[in-house]
Structures are given as C-alpha cells and as structure tokens.
Design a protein around this ligand. Structure first.
Ligand code: HH2
Length: 278
C-alpha cells in the first residue's frame, strides 16, 4: 500500500530502499545552497550530476521556503525555473516543480514536468487542485504550520504527530474530492516547517504510522536546522546527520527522500540494506 506513485506519464515504484528526489534550487537565497545554482547553466549541471548519482526524480524550485524568506512573484519564479526545466527534460528522469502557484505549475506541466510539490498541500492557490486533477500529474501535499515568513516564530502543538496526521488525512480527502487519484498523491509531514527540533524528532520517530494514510510518503530532512541542533555544533556540514535521519526514515518504510546529497545518501542506503538494516 502506498508503494506505487503514479505520475503523469510513468509510475515510480518504491522498494525497500526509498526513492531519492534530488533538490535543484534555482534561488539566490535557499538555506543550504542559496546562490550556488542560481545561474541556469549551473542548476542544469547540478541536476545532471544528481541524476548521475542515482536520483530517481529531480525537484526544481525557484522560491526559497526557508524561515523568513520573502515571497517571489510568479513571473520571477517562472523566469528562474523554466530554462532549467527545459534543459533537464532530456535527463531521462521525472521532474517535479516545487511551487505553491498554479501559474508556475501550469507552465511547468506544459513543459513536461510530472509532479507538483506544494509546501501548502495545494491549499494556497485555489486553482491548484483542479490543475493537478486535469493534468493527471503526481502531487506532494506537505504539512506546514503558518507560512515561511512566520512559521518558526513560536510553533505550538498539543500533539504534533496526531495533528500532522489529521491535517494530511484531511488534505488527502480534499484532493481526492477534487478528482486527483489516490495513487497520484504523496504526503509529507513537512520537517522544519513550523516545527521545533522536538516536533521534528517526534515526527521522525513515528513516521511509520503515516503509512496508514495509504499514500507514498515524501520526507525532507536534508541539511535541516534540527540536525545542527541535535549535533550541537555549527554543522555547516550536515550531510552526516542527514544520513542518520534518512536511515531512520528508510527503516520505517518512507517511500521518497528529498535530498541535496544524492550520492552520499544513496551509498548509505545501499550499505544499510546490504547489512540488513531494512
Ligand atoms: N523542504 C524544502 C523545500 N521544499 N518540499 C517538500 N515536499 N518537503 C520538504 O521537506 C521541503 C520541500 C526546504 O529545503 P530547500 O529546498 O533546500 O531550501 P529552500 O526552501 O530554502 O530553497
């Protein structure tokens, strides 16, 4: 249940080892790699490298969602991502567009993108669910408390796991009602989006429970702040911590990991599986 994820023209099948979604940020200000791949040529080269390292799909974003980030207009977002999408089409693996704007998603889909990855769970733009339903694309619906500008100010939950589960169940049902097939819907608890380190760790420890929702799970732990907080050092280098969190997720059957360091996580997963960790 939940291991098949139908995209627009193909189906991804998750085995015991999670699929890897490689991150291509075409932004000047992303929290971990802001500015490094802002030039289209650099972003394309980066995407091709991640494909060569064993990514199963590439997630292309033109707006940073880091805490406190300023919003970007749809025109600017399109100007950033479209040249990169056009040139990564030939890479041979499915592309997803990381956006909350239907205008951006529509153009990306027209250029061949297979997945809408929306940190607002397709709720910020009322045109998003019908666009996804009509195009037959895959979707990622993610939980966030508040919005990127304010989400880390003082996140409070009574029961973080129960509340995120409830939210994702309600969004799954709303997307089904909008005509998106269950097999196309992937769900993501949104690590770091309106959550303290304790909240993030509670979600990571219990992520296996989210399999009951009957959809593939996507998880983005890569280089996030909670890793630096657990390690208690400046952690400019969070790759090793990312691997630890990725293995914990893999053991609980998470189907898709969204990562910056594809080669490192791929190698760790191969050994984890070979050594009986899965
Ligand atoms: N995290 C980020 C962005 N998009 N999408 C999903 N589904 N899940 C995530 O956890 C997630 C996401 C933030 O990471 P990054 O893209 O590296 O940074 P920024 O938003 O600053 O560009």
């Amino acid at each position: 249940m939940g291991n098949e994820w139908k995209l627009r023209t193909r189906t991804l099948t998750a085995g015991r080892v999670p699929l890897l979604m490689g991150v291509v940020n075409v932004t000047p200000d992303s929290f971990s790699d802001g500015g490094r791949f802002f030039e289209p040529a650099a972003a394309v080269e980066h995407g091709l490298r991640l494909a060569g390292e064993g990514a199963d799909l590439l997630d292309i974003g033109g707006e940073s969602t880091r805490p406190g980030a300023e919003p970007v207009s749809p025109g600017e977002e399109l100007r950033r991502v479209m040249p990169v999408i056009d040139r990564l089409q030939g890479a041979g693996l499915p592309l997803s567009i990381d956006t909350s704007k239907a205008e951006v998603a529509r153009e990306a889909l027209a250029a061949g993108v297979e997945v809408i990855n929306d940190i607002t769970a397709l709720a910020a733009d009322p045109a998003m669910p019908s666009l996804a339903a009509a195009s037959g694309c895959g979707v990622v619906a993610m939980h966030m408390l508040g919005n990127p500008r304010s989400m880390q100010q003082h996140p409070v939950y009574r029961d973080v796991v129960g509340e995120v589960l409830d939210f994702l169940r309600r969004r799954r049902d709303a997307l089904l009602a909008a005509g998106i097939q269950q097999q196309r819907i992937a769900l993501d608890p949104g690590i770091g989006f309106g959550k303290t380190t304790a909240h993030n760790l509670a979600l990571l420890r219990t992520i296996g429970q989210f399999q009951a929702l009957g959809c593939p799970l996507v998880l983005g732990v890569s280089r996030k702040r909670f890793i630096g907080q657990v390690l208690g050092d400046p952690a400019a280098e969070r790759t090793f911590g990312t691997i630890g969190a990725a293995l914990a997720a893999a053991r609980q059957g998470v189907q898709v990991l969204r990562v910056h360091d594809v080669a490192a996580v791929r190698q760790a997963l191969r050994l984890f599986e070979a050594a009986g960790g899965l």
